[in-house]
Write a protein that binds this ligand. Structure first.
Ligand SMILES: Nc1ncnc2c1ncn2[C@@H]1O[C@H](COP(=O)(O)OP(=O)(O)OP(=O)(O)O)[C@@H](O)[C@H]1O
Ligand SMILES: [Mg+2]
Length: 248
């Protein structure tokens, strides 16, 4: 752990009743990297994101942000304000509102109550909305209702809503599930644009071609533990990884 460590997880255990979803897990995420978390259904990938974001409180263990703040004892809203953004498996955008207004709500939300209630946007807020729409490639549909977007466009919009807060840790749970091949390759390009020396990106995905295209490092989870960590080529050639996941 050093200056460039974004998240450091140490000795993490999560039990649901008697069932151990995560067992003594250790994981380090660094600023600037895009990390993929892969593994079979039920391996604990979503649970890990739930712990980082405060949705699930661990049974034991620490989750440090920037080497000091123990997220394991904080609530969801506090953790979000610390700069951790998370996209769930299912997109949840405001379908009855135009695309740009979805981003606008997220921008206002990040700036506290006075800004949220002000009737007019500040120049800076307006600029941020345009910037986000440009990043997610939805500038041309900014006035369409979010409900009429394609599945892929809804996923990008939800990522855009997270970007409004400029998160330093961005967690994406199965961002390309259900996407067409063309939408998936546009998501590869989007993730490249989201990279920053001041941001750690974590992606849970079952699409291995996608993982190969975006990840610097891959962590393979199995039964709540890290089975292997390394480049996609390293993990792909590990017989244990093939046995529990890739060879199914
Ligand atoms: N709230 C809960 N209560 C009880 N068991 C749970 C709870 N949440 C998750 N589990 C169990 O913990 C294990 C890990 O689940 P998790 O959702 O983290 O898996 P995952 O790796 O995300 O799988 P998938 O690839 O299917 O999304 C599973 O066996 C699941 O049934
Ligand atoms: Mg999951």
């Amino acid at each position: 752990m050093d200056q460039r460590t974004a998240i450091y997880i140490n000795g993490l255990n999560v039990n649901f009743g008697g069932f151990a979803a995560i067992t003594n897990l250790t994981l380090e995420l660094r600023y600037g990297e895009t990390r993929a978390i892969i593994g079979p259904n039920g391996a604990g990938k979503t649970t890990l994101m739930d712990v980082i974001t405060g949705k699930t409180r661990p049974t034991s263990g620490e989750v440090y942000l920037d080497g000091k703040l123990n997220l394991a004892v904080l609530g969801e809203a506090t953790i979000a304000r610390c700069g951790i953004g998370r996209k769930f498996q299912k997109p949840s955008v405001f379908e009855a509102l135009p695309v740009a207004q979805n981003i606008e709500l997220a921008v206002r939300n990040g700036q506290g109550y006075p800004a949220m209630l002000a009737s007019r946007l500040s120049g800076r807020q307006g600029y941020r909305i345009d910037e986000v729409l440009d990043t997610i490639g939805l500038e041309s549909v900014r006035n369409e209702l979010a409900g009429v977007l394609s599945h892929g466009q809804k996923q990008w919009l939800e990522i855009g809503m997270l970007l409004a807060a400029d998160p330093k840790v961005l967690l994406l749970d199965e961002p390309v599930a259900g996407m067409t091949d063309q939408e998936t390759s546009r998501t590869v390009e989007l993730l490249a644009r989201l990279r920053s020396p001041d941001r750690a990106i974590v992606v849970v995905e079952h699409d291995m071609a996608f993982v190969d295209a975006i990840a610097d490092l891959v962590s393979v989870l199995h039964e709540g533990q890290v089975l292997r960590e390394g480049s996609m080529d390293t993990v792909r050639n590990d017989p244990r990884v093939v046995q529990v996941y890739l060879g199914r």
